[in-house]
Unconditional design. Sequence first.
Length: 198
Amino acid sequence: MALSGFRDLAERICNPFVSYLERRGVSPDVLSYSSFLFALLAFLSYSTSSLFIAALSVGMNGFLDLSDGALARRRNLQSPRGDFVDHVIDRYSDILILTGIILGGYISPLWGLAAIIGTLMTSYIGTQAQAIGIGRIYSGIMGRADRMALITFATLGQLIYPYDIIWGATILELAVVFIAILGNFTAIQRIHYVMRSL
């Protein structure tokens, strides 16, 4: 099961933080825009080989991405505008993080591009299904929660052991290859689901 299947559990972990922000009237948009800043910091950190900061930034990006939706529901501030902003920021964040890994020399541009394509297509098909009346699709073997968790832990692993571990590839390199393969497979899964529904 994908990590996205444990979304409720993840949001319960975020609850103390979300409750704190709710009591202070913080807008969910603040968390969305903050998550983008962490993605930008991750991009810069990967580009300059600052792996600890990169791992922390990716982790914070994922944590805030979970928290903004939970805060919006808690404060009854869900809206089409908020959903749109959240998805735009998520896609820019995904691109920034993976591009930073490419520019840092941790993965070949070809595999990095394949990971970006899989990431974007997975999200696009999920939201396009909603646009044509089927409903939002979150299913599949690799969702955003999976990617953020995998990149975070692989980055920490790369920091601890920056050497090849198998097939001449490092931990972070293997993680991106994994994302490239399973991300595109998830897109195909969602395409299959939509076609069957139609």
